[in-house]
Design a protein around this ligand. Structure first.
Ligand SMILES: [Zn+2]
Length: 121
């Protein structure tokens, strides 16, 4: 958040912060050998030895549910995940306020430049 008071006007910027922390991440230490002796592990966040089978497609309310099977023998394998250690955030929309009234970015910049030029003259 940034606040500037210029020419008795309060210019304020607020940026929405969106949490984008994934619930779980691939566990690089995970290894599993299925009954047919096929070794499964993560490689660069992917599971090259497994295929993803969608059990039910995503709806508006629920994400898709799926499971993994060995590409070669079809055994169901549950890949290893680990919980996330850090929260991850992303910058969202920026909101612009002049004297606590939300305005468009264009109005904000115009007013800001006007106020700046008034103050410096
Ligand atoms: Zn297999």
């Amino acid at each position: 958040m940034a606040i500037h008071t210029i020419d008795n006007k309060l210019f304020r910027l607020e940026r929405d912060i969106i949490e984008v922390t994934p619930i779980s991440k691939p566990d690089d230490d995970w290894e599993f050998t299925d009954k047919s002796g096929h070794l499964h592990r993560w490689q660069n966040g992917k599971l090259p030895s497994l295929k993803q089978i969608v059990d039910s497609p995503a709806t508006e309310e629920y994400p898709a549910s799926f499971h993994f099977e060995c590409k070669r023998c079809g055994e169901i394998v549950n890949p290893g995940y680990k919980s996330t250690e850090y929260r991850e955030y992303e910058a969202g929309l920026t909101h612009f306020y002049i004297d606590d009234i939300e305005v468009t970015k264009e109005d904000f910049e115009t007013e800001y430049q006007t106020a700046l030029s008034k103050e410096s003259s």
